[in-house]
Design a protein around this ligand. Structure first.
Ligand code: PRX
Length: 635
């Protein structure tokens, strides 16, 4: 376990230099000493960012579930692998041991096999945060099927797009889900989506809310009876290190969502290693990440990273505000949570409620606090630190992306001194670079630039499913021989990084990545709308909220504006999901455009943020008069 567990800053620097001087040797030692491989690799790394092609541990064979489950059975068989905390606090929590997880995953895997699923098949998983979701993910991995989890807050249209993009034949879902005081008809959403998915032949339905739902004869089957009669052992499928593990969709600034493809060996090594170090997980700790498994955070740091370390990982079905804003703290106290990982938007929402709920609960079990998904503002950072952590728990502000598979920049708790709003230092083997607008690397400190990564790390996504060219264009073309993150960052005098936000047309709302183009497309489909443009503006809980500028068709001019606003948001909810709804909609006669026809979003962003004292260079505008009109109407 030589390099596996970083214990102080000196060791971090020592290992960091080692990892950069000889990344192959560094990762080879980690891979060799901490995982079960059925066959050793022939080559640790081959890469070419111009193609781009990246391969880690080529020639090695393994199964990630053997690493996440089977190998723990002798030493940790009766240890809790997953704690399931249900939506309703009066329902009992479930403690699933490694042995039980093994049996459940095997049974599920056998059900899938029985339905004809084979290695390489894509399986769409549209499930709420119930144990079946984690089990389904692992069951796919066990038999080499590629899971594509779709967050169960996405609409039928969004689900259909994702099913069709990867040609999934099977969908795993539930009769419904609980979300606070509400229930959601998940199966109804699936039924609607499948009207546009002729390739889907089978839907397996878990029972969660016991509702009376439509079951399509020949296509839909209840999961439980199949599990009951399935054999409780299932041999693992032997996978090549570079065989696909999963697809996870993320929004781009244009076009349809990007199906990021992650492969097996490198992803496992990197997520396990970063989990252990970023959270300083110790054997009997209870770790809780509040994300949904429908996002990358859940994949890497609820399921794979923790389980590969034999950890106890908590899955929470509910929301922070149900039955009241004390729920997170009640769960921390109840399960004696040691590491707590959440999003800045949740922290801000909880901070608004004051400290009254916190004071009612014993949070003394907490050792490390984490944040992810968007920049954390100073106020939220201090609130988290002082009130949740009692100024006693290091905060790990972890920067990473769906595409990076694992955390790339973060403090190592108890080693790296933290600094509010800074993600601080790169993880081992990660080589960040800040680039200026001319494409040159800025070597000095105390600078801001576009954040790139110079060298591959094991869990980088290998392609976009079905569109390698787009992968190349999006990530490897902006700067020569670099992975471009799409984020801006600042490097301070000691080399700490602070992520300043997206530099493209992706907007992060409550920690969710939203591309402007798909939302605009959804709005433009409204019969009264001619054109639209979306920008983000600061919001004290969500970080950013969405502001839409909408040009109506002549036929829409006579319509009631409030009704139109409702219809537009309904249209967005139907096409994408409620997370993409607009907070403000301004009807306008025109949009500021350059001579080449490009919308000047910079100006729209300034107007939306009420920051119009200096609009910057407007000399390339084709229609400068429209700017004044928009400003007059906005304020
Ligand atoms: O802009 C960065 C922001 O979230 C983006 C990635 O979003 P997604 O792929 O959905 O993954 C989120 C969970 C890993 C990044 O490009 N982001 C993520 N973490 C941070 C962050 N921005 C600032 N600070 C962070 N810690």
């Amino acid at each position: 376990m030589s390099n596996y567990h970083i214990k102080n800053l000196q060791e971090y620097f020592h290992l960091y230099y080692k990892s950069v001087r000889n990344p192959e040797l560094f990762w080879e030692e980690i891979a060799e000493e901490n995982f079960v491989w059925r066959k050793r690799w022939d080559n640790v790394l081959s890469w070419d960012f111009t193609k781009p092609e990246i391969k880690w541990f080529e020639g090695a064979q393994l199964n990630i579930t053997e690493n996440c489950i089977d190998r723990h059975l002798h030493t940790r068989g009766d240890k809790t692998a997953i704690i399931f905390e249900p939506n309703n606090p009066n329902d009992p929590a479930e403690h699933i041991t490694y042995k039980q997880l093994h049996e459940r995953v095997c049974k599920f895997a056998n059900v899938l096999k029985d339905k004809g699923v084979q290695k390489g098949d894509r399986i769409c998983i549209y499930l709420p945060m119930i144990p079946e979701l984690a089990v389904a993910v692992l069951a796919c991995a066990r038999i080499g099927a590629i899971h594509s989890v779709v967050f169960a807050g996405f609409s039928a249209t969004a689900l259909a797009t994702r099913i069709n993009d990867c040609d999934a034949k099977i969908v795993l879902t539930s009769d419904g889900s609980y979300r606070g005081a509400k229930t959601i008809d998940l199966k109804g959403i699936v039924d609607e989506a499948l009207q546009d998915c002729p390739g889907v032949t089978k839907v397996l339905v878990a029972k969660r809310i016991q509702s009376d739902i439509h079951m399509e004869a020949g296509r839909d089957e209840w999961l439980q009876p199949l599990l009951d009669s399935a054999a409780s052992n299932c041999e693992v499928e032997i996978m090549e290190a570079e065989d696909p593990l999963f697809i996870l969709y993320t929004s781009g600034s244009t076009g349809k969502p990007k199906g990021m493809l992650h492969t097996t060996g490198g992803y496992m090594v990197y997520t396990a290693y970063t989990f252990k170090n970023v959270f300083q997980y110790r054997e009997n700790d209870v770790y809780w990440c509040t994300a949904d498994i429908g996002w990358i955070t859940g994949h890497s740091y609820i399921v794979y990273g923790p389980l590969a370390n034999g950890a106890t990982t908590l899955m929470f079905e509910g929301v922070p505000s149900y039955p009241d804003f004390g729920r997170f703290w009640e769960v921390v106290q109840k399960h004696k949570v040691n590491q707590f990982y959440t999003a800045p938007t949740a922290i801000r929402a909880l901070a608004k409620e004051g400290t009254e709920h916190l004071e009612k609960h014993d949070l003394s079990s907490l050792k490390v606090l984490g944040t992810v998904g968007e920049p954390i503002n100073e106020e939220a950072w201090h609130w988290y630190n002082n009130n949740v952590g009692n100024s006693n728990c290091p905060i790990v502000d972890t920067w990473w992306q769906t595409e990076t598979g694992g955390i790339l920049i973060s403090p190592i708790p108890f080693s790296t001194p933290t600094k509010p709003t800074y993600a601080t230092l790169p993880m081992l083997g990660v080589q960040p670079a800040l680039m200026d607008e001319n494409g040159n690397e800025i070597k000095s400190n105390q600078v801001e630039g576009r954040l790139c990564i110079k060298f591959p790390w094991p869990s980088v996504a290998r392609t976009i499913w079905g569109n390698h060219q787009r992968y190349k264009d999006t990530y490897f073309s902006a700067f020569e021989n670099m992975y471009f993150t799409g984020d801006g960052a600042l490097r301070d005098e000691v080399g700490y990084y602070r992520i300043t936000g997206r530099v493209d047309d992706v907007i992060i709302v409550s920690g969710h990545n939203l591309g402007t183009a798909p939302i605009e497309d959804a709005i433009n489909e409204h019969p009264a709308v001619a054109e639209s443009a979306i920008v983000g503006f600061p919001h004290d809980v969500k970080g950013n909220a969405l502001y839409g500028y909408v040009i109506l068709k002549e036929t829409g001019e006579s319509r009631d504006r409030d009704n139109l606003r409702k219809e537009i948001n309904q249209q967005i909810t139907d096409k994408i999901g409620p997370i993409a709804k607009l907070d403000k909609i301004q009807f306008t006669v025109g949009l500021p455009k350059t001579r080449s026809g490009k919308i000047m979003r910079r100006i729209l962003r300034k107007i939306a943020s009420k920051d119009t004292s200096n609009l910057g260079d407007t000399s390339t505008l084709l229609n400068p008069e429209v700017v004044q009109k928009i400003m007059d109407d906005a304020f």
